[in-house]
Design a protein around this ligand. Structure first.
Ligand SMILES: [Zn+2]
Length: 142
């Protein structure tokens, strides 16, 4: 039986601090922006004010391709709170083309389309018009 995992998941308002503002400004514009370390010249995830590899605070924010592939995933069938109303849903790990592995919900997809290695695209969902959107992933379709 094919299961459908739609968009429209609950989207808690994120906490935004000055160190992650470039990421959230990109998200508001529908662009996935990654922090790159100016010292070791690699991107990292999650957004923060220093490189987790070397500790450098010399960061550069660059728009990512928005493409990646499913690294791993699970279908969540039991949850509490607002999430109980949208079961089942998919929590995934997506390896971006740029390298970092990002946790996020995989939406707008069917169980038939879900597999490790499956290409996905970054997208953003809003909880409310005045709140910044949250990163999700959806399938690549021709
Ligand atoms: Zn670094």
């Amino acid at each position: 039986m094919t299961e459908r995992f739609p968009a429209g998941l609950p989207t808690p308002a994120p906490d935004i601090d000055p160190q992650t503002l470039p990421y959230w400004e990109g998200a508001r514009a529908g662009r996935l922006v990654l922090p790159w370390c100016g010292s070791c010249a690699q991107p990292f995830w999650y957004p923060r004010g220093f490189c987790p590899r070397c500790g450098s605070e010399d960061l550069h924010w660059r728009e990512a391709s928005g493409t990646g592939q499913v690294y791993s995933y699970t279908v969540v069938r039991r949850a509490g709170g607002v999430w109980a109303a949208v079961l089942p849903f998919v929590l995934g790990l997506v390896q971006l083309k740029e390298g970092p592995i990002v946790q996020g919900n995989i939406i707008d997809t069917d169980s038939d389309e879900l597999a490790v290695g499956q290409p996905v695209l970054a997208m953003f969902e809003n909880a409310a018009p005045d709140e910044p959107p949250v990163l999700r992933f959806g399938p690549v379709r021709p």
